[in-house]
Design a protein around this ligand. Structure first.
Ligand code: ZN
Length: 232
């Protein structure tokens, strides 16, 4: 669920597969899953733009091997030696198909690593664009994803052209980290340390901001449900 804090294990349970790689194209024919990080020591340069509604995700390197070159020194591959597409190639092809008007945008679930063992569910995005750019050393893939409101049933969702009104914003990483630290990794109501959720004190739908830690707090699943029941 959006803005939940989850373990790697829970993430795999949710998606029904072991997420060994950062880029997972159309799992079981449905939505794709990507793992992102904007931490200083992250292996790829993912970035968030436009106050949190746009994610620019970097493609991935050749796998590291003992005999081959340093993967960070060579172009990110689009194809495997057998001519099949890599994950970069699959996401790139899907984004270009959308741009050319041949299909709707792919739906992508995004998880963000915010600290060791701490992941946040950043919700669903549409894959709208992709390109190759030179990073000073080599060619890397970039993917543009725009946050959308989570559909009830992603695999059955009719994916339409996203309009700006339905754009939501992800909570910036530094806010997530500050809130996690301030609330000591516990529900502020009961001290529970599992099934935690980043709660907007004044909800986003009522004009509450994601950009100030004063408006975000940690709640467990139970207290989060109790709160949303009161608001509705
Ligand atoms: Zn609680």
């Amino acid at each position: 669920m959006l803005d939940n804090i989850i373990s790697y294990f829970d993430m795999c349970q949710c998606e029904g597969t072991s997420l060994q790689r950062g880029m997972n194209f159309r799992l079981r024919g449905g939505h794709s899953v990507i793992l992102m990080s904007v931490r200083a020591n992250a292996p790829y340069r993912d970035r968030v733009e436009e106050d949190g509604s746009v994610l620019i995700y970097e493609g991935h390197d050749l796998p590291r091997s003992t005999s081959g070159p340093d993967p960070k020194s060579v172009d990110q591959p689009e194809f495997l030696s057998a001519g099949r597409r890599t994950d970069n190639g699959k996401f790139h092809h899907a984004a270009q198909e959308y741009k050319n008007g041949n299909k709707g945008p792919d739906l992508v679930q995004v998880y963000e690593k915010i600290n060791k063992g701490i992941w946040a569910d950043n919700g669903f995005f549409h894959l709208l664009d992709s390109w190759i750019e030179h990073d000073g050393t080599r060619r890397v893939f970039k993917f543009k994803l725009v946050a959308v409101t989570a559909p009830e049933e992603p695999s059955l969702a009719v994916v339409t052209n996203p309009s700006p009104e339905i754009r939501r914003r992800i909570i910036p990483t530094q806010i997530k980290l500050a809130v996690w630290k301030r609330d000591a990794g516990k529900c502020i109501m009961c001290g529970a340390t599992d099934e935690l959720h980043f709660d907007h004190i004044l909800p986003f739908s009522k004009g509450g901001t994601s950009l100030k830690e004063d408006n975000v707090q940690l709640l467990c699943a139970r207290h989060n449900l109790e709160k949303s029941a009161k608001i509705q």
